[in-house]
Design a protein around this ligand. Structure first.
Ligand code: ADP
Ligand code: MG
Length: 210
């Protein structure tokens, strides 16, 4: 398969939701070391709401699926990170209007819009120890690949590598910035969530779309 339609996009959100729910305790533990310990719970509740709201959409177009996900993250995650994660989805919604399938180039534009939105909203740059450290290398790797198959694979690997690298960093955004050097040695939970998202998509793609 070389494009993603409504059914696949809906199933992708289900896959993301399942992956973050399975990692809820891990994400809470990572956030307990650097913040307030709620990240796993917030993100898994928000994605579960997204899945349910998508299931009950009257017209589950690509843009409605993306907008519903954005709203669930913004309304149910709370805090700064809900708004920032929600922005990732919200920024892409207009690119999906009047589309019924997404080829690799359209998906690339969607991911790039999301990353640009996250950076504009949260002001984090690469190396600030946030989700951007996973998202940005993933989007770059996706863009450099020739087809969907290799794009998801290398995006997931790049997101994971970026996430692991947050361990060595001092935080310059979010609650963790108050820890100074004490943040070093801990992986950023938001970056981990982004890595899990790309890994879930890659696994879904491999199992269902090749
Ligand atoms: P809160 O800090 O409000 O409790 P969460 O625990 O859900 O929110 O999320 C924390 C994550 O949010 C961090 O691990 C980091 O990846 C991300 N984050 C925080 N501030 C920013 C920012 N300015 N830009 C991008 N991501 C951010
Ligand atoms: Mg938190």
């Amino acid at each position: 398969m070389n494009s993603i339609g409504e059914a696949e996009l809906r199933e992708l959100i289900v896959a993301l939701s399942g992956r973050v729910a399975a990692a809820r305790d891990l994400l809470n533990r990572l956030d307990a070391a650097l913040g307030d310990g709620d990240h796993g719970t917030s993100v898994s509740v928000a994605f579960a709401v997204a899945v349910e709201d998508i299931r009950t959409l009257d017209e589950p177009s690509l843009s409605a699926i993306w907008l519903t996900t954005a709203k669930a993250l913004m309304n149910r995650m709370g805090g700064a990170s809900g708004a920032i994660f929600g922005t990732f989805f919200l920024r892409g919604v207009t690119l999906l209007h009047d589309r019924d399938r997404l080829g690799k180039a359209e998906m690339q534009a969607l991911l790039q819009a999301g990353l640009d939105g996250v950076k504009a909203r949260g002001k984090a740059k690469l190396g600030d120890k946030t989700m951007v450290d996973a998202l940005e290398p993933a989007v770059v790797a996706f863009a450099e690949a020739d087809d969907y198959d290799s794009a998801w694979r290398s995006a997931a690997a790049a997101a994971r590598a970026g996430t692991e690298a947050t361990k060595g960093l001092v935080a310059r955004q979010g609650r963790a910035r108050f820890l100074g050097q004490r943040a070093v040695g801990h992986i950023d939970p938001g970056a981990m969530t982004a890595a899990l998202m790309f890994e879930a998509i890659d696994d879904y793609w491999r199992a269902n779309c090749r």
